[in-house]
Design a protein around this ligand. Structure first.
Ligand code: ZN
Ligand code: ZN
Length: 159
């Protein structure tokens, strides 16, 4: 998730959490405290986190957190379409436009870990056609692209 918000980070966090809370309610689900805590960590990090990074962040606040409970929470949030799993880095990132199932492309910076979620319909359509051509019924069409982001390329150029 990009951090373009210049407002107070705490207020921006509360607003983002409220939005996600509404989204859960619309689906008849509750944003319980552990779920809220995971979302808050992902929002604050502004990048993808592994389950164990999340666990390290959660433990000081909730000693009852375990890897299993973190994975359960992440499964729930993924089923709601609020969180995506990045296969290439085995980490989890907040969806930039949660709402429904969508086949997106992730651009992942391997220096700073920044993740940008893009939704290019041509790529989504191309993957569908590719599957058809090769006789595959695709159930996962998310594309992960790795490289170096603009910010990291800029800082490398200055050195
Ligand atoms: Zn998404
Ligand atoms: Zn970067």
């Amino acid at each position: 998730m990009r951090q373009g918000n210049k407002a107070s980070p705490a207020r921006a966090l509360e607003r983002a959490l409220h939005r996600l809370e509404d989204l859960c309610r619309e689906r008849g689900q509750r944003l319980t405290r552990p779920r809220r805590a995971v979302l808050a960590k992902l929002l604050t990090a502004g990048r993808a986190l592994s389950a164990y990074e999340l666990l390290d962040l959660l433990r000081p606040e909730d000693g009852k957190s375990t890897a299993a409970s973190v994975y359960r929470t992440l499964d729930f949030l993924m089923a709601l379409g609020i969180v995506h799993r990045l296969e290439s880095t085995r980490s989890f990132v907040l969806c930039e436009h949660p709402g429904g199932p969508h086949w997106v492309q992730f651009l992942i910076c391997r220096r700073c870990g920044q993740v940008v979620e893009a939704e290019d319909e041509r790529i989504a359509a191309a993957t569908e056609r590719l599957g058809q051509r090769l006789g595959f019924a695709l159930d996962q069409r998310i594309v992960e692209l790795t490289g170096v982001c603009e910010g990291c390329r800029g800082s490398a150029a200055r050195h």
